[in-house]
Design a binder for this molecule. Structure first.
Ligand SMILES: [Zn+2]
Length: 165
């Protein structure tokens, strides 16, 4: 079953390890534990140097696009890279910005919805608080969203090249 979720999720280089529902009812939440596939690569967030070795740093949870009526969360380990140019740096990831609590896809959806709905309505629809919705809008307007994460995502192919500009 996890192979099926891996294919549906479609994040290059990551596989779904487990799927759990940790909340039931109106605020139902599904957590996808994802991990690196074979031959993992870690990208320095400072200079885009690609390393085959990562140093485990922390576990992160970011909200992703909802799956049916369930809020969906991606849980994964983020690593640091011992970069020969920058020293110890947190890795760059193709699907989430460094301090963001939502995936790039959800961020883009929220931004587009805010063009035709109130922030409050978007928050209710996507299970986000007003502050998060406003922060996504401001961030995107500053063009940093498209300038780094989204563009980087599009460049992220089967051969990891770079998530930086
Ligand atoms: Zn570097």
């Amino acid at each position: 079953m996890t192979d099926y979720f891996t294919r549906l999720l479609g994040i290059q280089g990551f596989v779904v390890e487990a799927v759990t529902q940790d909340r039931q009812g109106a605020h139902s939440r599904v957590v996808l534990d994802i991990k690196r596939g074979e031959r993992p690569r870690f990208i320095c967030s400072g200079c885009c140097h690609v390393s085959e070795e990562g140093i485990e740093y922390r576990t992160r949870e970011v909200q992703h696009l909802s799956c049916w009526q369930h809020l969906t969360v991606l849980r994964f380990k983020q690593y640091r890279v011992n970069c020969p140019h920058c020293g110890l740096k947190v890795e760059a990831l193709p699907f989430v910005l460094r301090y963001s609590r939502v995936s790039v896809w959800l961020g883009n959806l929220v931004y587009e919805l805010c063009k035709v709905m109130t922030n409050k309505s978007v928050g209710i629809l996507q299970g986000l608080d007003d502050g998060t919705v406003k922060a996504i809008g401001k961030y995107r307007q500053a063009a940093r969203w498209t300038g780094s994460a989204l563009w980087g995502l599009m460049r992220y192919s089967s051969e990891v090249r770079s998530v930086c500009i």
